[in-house]
Design a protein around this ligand. Structure first.
Ligand SMILES: Nc1nc2c(ncn2[C@@H]2O[C@H](COP(=O)(O)OP(=O)(O)OP(=O)(O)O)[C@@H](O)[C@H]2O)c(=O)[nH]1
Ligand SMILES: [Mg+2]
Length: 537
């Protein structure tokens, strides 16, 4: 037995919000119904809607507008009609293994409806269940009180024997199918099985404006009498027991469906969290590489100008040579370190390219786009009301949670450079021409002064001070030229890892919460799934 209160409580505490209210509302609406609910379900095109039309018309009722019949997927919603003492529900046919969303939604809707019924009628074609066997099997073993799960093998005029030509043979085939079906699902005699032709030879086809005479020619053999009698015999006397069983089925199905959805979300968000975490690690790695490069450049500059001055600050050597020597030395220094910056930049771009080519990137990028675009994810889930939609709300709930978490600018939002500016044109190579330090004018000026009184300057105490000033000034200019190149790479590092770093913390938190929710849901499932196998011998 599943602990319904515990399931409701758990649903109320899911990451990003609560699903409890919606499920509770649907359950309450069902529980309020004071007459037995009989639900038709099965694969699409098995003739569920045609069967309901037949029941309505035979009992002198109008066919409601929503009831449509065709050879395509036709019914997309769960609908009710009243027939005698019962409420009969038509459901969308499920398409087992279908990959398109609409078919999957139909399947989910149909499965969920089975939790909100007292009697279930599984419709099958004469080929019997093949693809949907596992799905049906899962339903049958979900705790149906004896006699509340029925089977209808329908459209039997198409089974291979024409009843108007050889009735005995037709009946014989019907009996054989019933035996086959009981074997297939391991059913005992307490499970009712009907063989019907609700619209022999498609006499009514898609029409809905019909009278009961339409099928008068077929009543002797179409099997509808037995089924109609059985439905008429359904009485509300057993409702309390049926509702209890339905509650167990319903909340187990809700729990099961939600756990499956949460597991799916957990897998997706784990992959995205890994992408985010790798971005954080990359940023750290690249920044410390950059810091090391920067430190090496500064270290390489220390004492460099002084050394040139000591070597060349001789009265004998021409000021032009000295000037050229300083310029040359600093250019060399700059080029050497700038090449290292370029290499780091290349490696960042290559790594990024590889990362973007990985399948995991797409999932992360689309999440980042959704969160960044400001589009309201909740609206994408809007659709017709129904039990199965609730589980589809898990995704938007999680997105909403992430949006809220990332609205407040986090400490990581700006990164070290603290700049929100877009990275510079990433393809632009910084050529050596640009790298030439703008020292020429300064040096020319300094040495012009020196030329004016070279001898005195050389002996003077002031000469040493002047020398030192030149050293300091040249070194500072070199540093000032270098710095923007470092900043540029730093900005690029921040920019290419921004989404990942920004989302890292909230994704990690979300994954933890999902793990917790899944674990809790799984333990509720383990406690609840003592299969009742009531339809089995
Ligand atoms: N030959 C024959 N055809 C039938 C019979 N009952 C229904 N059909 C045809 O079977 C097709 C499917 O019928 P529907 O009643 O729309 O089937 P459904 O199970 O409601 O389908 P979905 O709503 O898509 O799940 C239609 O083309 C009907 O005309 C029958 O007794 N005999
Ligand atoms: Mg239908």
């Amino acid at each position: 037995m599943v602990d319904i209160d515990a399931v409701r409580d758990w649903l109320g505490r899911l990451p990003g919000g609560s699903l409890a209210g919606q499920y509770v509302d649907d359950w309450d609406a069902f529980e309020k119904l004071d007459r037995p609910v009989v639900t038709l379900f099965g694969s699409y095109d098995t003739g569920k809607s045609s069967l309901l039309r037949r029941l309505l018309v035979d009992s002198g009722r109008d066919v409601p507008g929503w009831l449509t019949i065709s050879a395509r997927h036709e019914t997309f919603e769960v609908h009710d009609v009243e027939v005698g003492e019962c409420i009969i529900r038509d459901t969308p046919g499920f398409a087992v293994g279908a990959s398109d969303i609409r078919a999957q939604n139909n399947s989910r809707r149909a499965m969920a409806a089975v939790g909100l019924t007292d009697v279930g009628i599984a419709g099958l074609t004469p080929q019997l269940a093949t693809a949907e066997r596992d799905m049906l099997q899962k339903l049958f073993t979900q705790g149906w009180p004896v006699g509340t799960m029925w089977f209808v093998v329908s459209r039997f005029d198409e089974a291979g024997v024409d009843p108007e030509y050889d009735l005995a043979e037709y009946r014989e085939l019907g009996d054989r199918k019933v035996r086959e079906l009981r074997e297939l699902f391991d059913l005992d005699d307490r499970t009712p099985v009907f063989v019907v032709s609700q619209d022999p030879f498609q006499t009514a086809g898609p029409d809905t404006d019909l009278s009961r005479e339409t099928w008068d020619d077929f009543r002797d053999w179409d099997g509808m009498r037995d089924l109609t009698d059985a439905i008429e015999a359904v009485s509300p006397s057993a409702l309390p027991e049926w509702r209890h069983a339905a509650g167990q089925r319903y909340w187990t199905a809700v729990l099961d469906g939600t756990v499956i959805e949460l597991r799916r979300q957990l897998a997706d968000y784990t992959a995205r969290a890994e992408v985010a975490a790798s971005g954080v690690a990359r940023r750290d790695g690249w920044e410390s590489e950059l810091d090391a490069l920067d430190r090496a450049a500064h270290a390489g500059l220390d004492g460099l100008v002084e050394e040139v001055m000591r070597r060349s600050w001789e009265p004998s050597s021409g000021t032009d040579e000295l000037q050229a020597e300083i310029q040359r030395t600093l250019d060399e220094w700059f080029t050497k370190h700038e090449v290292r910056l370029q290499r780091l930049r290349q490696s960042i771009r290559k790594t990024k390219e590889r990362e973007r080519a990985r399948p995991s990137w797409a999932g992360f990028a689309s999440l980042a786009a959704t969160l960044g675009s400001g589009q309201d994810a909740a609206t994408t889930a809007a659709g017709p009301r129904g039990v199965a939609e609730h589980v589809e709300k898990v995704g938007p709930m999680l997105i909403g949670m992430l949006k809220a978490a990332n609205k407040a600018p986090g400490p990581t939002a700006g990164g070290k450079a603290g700049s929100a500016k877009a990275p510079r044109d990433l393809g632009r190579p910084i050529g050596i021409a640009e790298a030439v330090l703008p020292l020429a004018a300064y040096l020319a000026n300094v040495f012009d002064e020196q030329r004016a009184d070279r001898t005195r300057l050389n002996q003077d105490k002031a000469a040493a001070a002047k020398r030192q000033q030149v050293v300091t000034e040249c070194t500072q200019r070199a540093r000032d030229t270098w710095q923007p190149f470092v900043d540029d790479v730093r900005e690029e590092i921040v920019a290419v890892t921004r989404d990942q770093v920004d989302l890292d913390a909230s994704l990690r938190r979300l994954v933890e919460q999902l793990q917790k929710a899944v674990a809790e849901g799984e333990s509720l499932l383990r406690l609840g799934t003592v299969p009742l196998h009531e339809t089995r011998a």
